[in-house]
Structures are given as C-alpha cells and as structure tokens.
Design a protein around this ligand. Structure first.
Ligand SMILES: [Zn+2]
Length: 280
C-alpha cells in the first residue's frame, strides 16, 4: 500500500509466547482474554511484524524481530522457532537480500525489536544488513547501555553493540524528519526514546505503533503493558497519538498483533476505536 512516495509492506518476523498478564498490566484477565486467548500456561501469542518502506531510492526496514542468536533455553522459554528470524529467508519473500536494505529504523532496543540487527558470521557478531545505516534514538541507546534492573534482561548488548563497532550507527536526538515524507515521532512511556516512523501521504499516513500500542487490543487508554516503565506518561502519549490518528486519518500499524496488521480509526463512545482493518 502506498503512502506518499513510499510503497509500504508488512514483514512477518515470526512469533513467540508471552505471559498474558504482563501484556495487559492492571486489566483483569476476564476482560483481556476475550480479545486475546491465553494457553494453559497463561501465555498469548506475540507476532513480530516489521515494515518495509520502498521509495525515493531507499529500501528501509523498521524493526527486525528476535533474529537468530537466542540460546536453546531462551528459545524454549519464548517458544520461538529460530528459522523465523533468518533475514535471508524473510527478505527473499519480498524479492530482496539483506545487502539491498539501505536503512534500518530500530524503534527501541528491546530484544524482540533489534535481535535481528546482528548475527553470528564465522564466529563473529556482524551487522545483518551490510550496507545499511541503523537509526536509533540517542536517549534509547544510552538507556540500553545502562539499563534499569527492571528491564535489563530485555537489552542484551550482542544485539546492538556490534553496530557501533562496525561504524553503521546513526544516533538521533529527538523527533524529526528521517527523509522526505518520513517523520520520526518519539515517546518515552514504554522506554526512553522509543521512535515511531510516520510515512506521510496526501489523504492518509501510516504510523508504526511499536510498543506504544503493541496490538489492536491495546487501543483503550488504560490497556497498557506491565512492561511500560512510565504508565501515566504512556497513557498521555497514546491519547495524543490517537487524537492525531483520528484527526489526520492515519493508519495504525501493529507490530505485535497476531491477527490484525493495521487499522484505520474512528471516534467511538469510549474513545478512538477501530474503523476498518487494513492489510499491507
Ligand atoms: Zn519494548
């Protein structure tokens, strides 16, 4: 689907299982399980869905999933199948190779968003996309290097430190324009310096929600994750984004929803809600 000069396509990067309670914070299970069923261990499925943006001479990938570096124990814990993190196999479905990616936008450095940025080649940690610039917010980079114990397990440095060593890292200082027609918005409630691409078209724009609104079930303001470090802040940020989404006719792209890729929105009795599902 085209937004401005850019063809935008969703990229499936596999899925894992996560405790449903942690995904919905203070929302009782009797409510969240109506939208997202849990298994016998209370786990729900999380997809990882990147976004391919092609146009203006660029081939941009937004977020890159878990990748291929989990230990056997981690693979069992997350019920993750490693072949789903292989970028050669993922990109060939889109007629591409990793070498053709010009830019990688990493929303934030939690393992399920950046793991695929590096892989082990001849025993050495190596950037997966050899010709790409990797764009990350400076405040997120600093957070990930000195994480709070609360989410330190989500920031293994093997996923991102090699990017600095290879000289392919661009650290950004706050919101701004990445290139003509693509803005980066920044939020802090989930983690400091999470960035969200907004691909701008004439009548509609595409907003990559990442962990601000991980699934369609997280559209209601108080439906936030236990993983969100600043609950009040993320609610304010989500409110502001949903107001803009409604007023400016945005399409919201969900990285973690196991069924719904993207939606347009309308104003309902309880706030901004789904108008129509959209497939990209
Ligand atoms: Zn996250």
């Amino acid at each position: 689907m085209k937004f401005g000069n850019y063809e935008c396509t969703s990229v499936e990067l596999g899925h894992f299982l996560i405790d449903g309670g942690t995904m919905f914070g203070i929302v009782p299970k009797v409510l969240w399980e109506k939208r997202t069923p849990a298994d016998a261990k209370n786990r729900m499925q999380m997809n990882m869905r990147g976004l391919l943006i092609r146009g203006n001479g660029k081939t941009i990938l937004v977020d890159v999933g878990i990748g291929t570096k989990l230990t056997p124990k981690e693979k069992t814990v997350w019920a993750f199948k490693e072949e789903m993190g292989n970028m050669d196999a993922v990109l060939v479905q889109h007629g591409l190779t990793p070498a053709e990616i010009t830019d990688v936008i990493i929303t934030h450095l939690h393992f399920d968003h950046v793991g695929g940025a590096t892989f082990i080649k001849n025993g050495k940690l190596t950037p997966t996309f050899p010709n790409a610039n990797y764009h990350i917010q400076k405040s997120q980079w600093e957070t990930a290097l000195n994480p709070h114990p609360r989410d330190s397990n989500s920031f293994p440095q093997i996923n991102f430190k090699p990017l600095e060593e290879a000289g392919v890292l661009t650290l950004l200082d706050g919101p701004g324009e990445l290139s003509d027609g693509i803005d980066l918005l920044v939020t802090h409630g989930h983690t400091t310096g999470q960035q969200h691409p907004l691909i701008k078209g004439d009548n509609t724009s595409l907003f990559y929600c990442a962990d601000l609104i991980p699934t369609a079930a997280h559209l209601p303001l108080s439906w936030i994750m236990a993983y969100d470090n600043l609950p009040m802040t993320i609610m304010e940020e989500k409110h502001a984004i949903l107001e803009r989404a409604y007023k400016e006719n945005w399409v919201l792209f969900f990285e973690h929803d196991c069924k719904i890729t993207a939606v347009s929105v309308q104003r309902g009795q309880k706030g901004v809600e789904i108008k129509k599902e959209i497939v990209l």
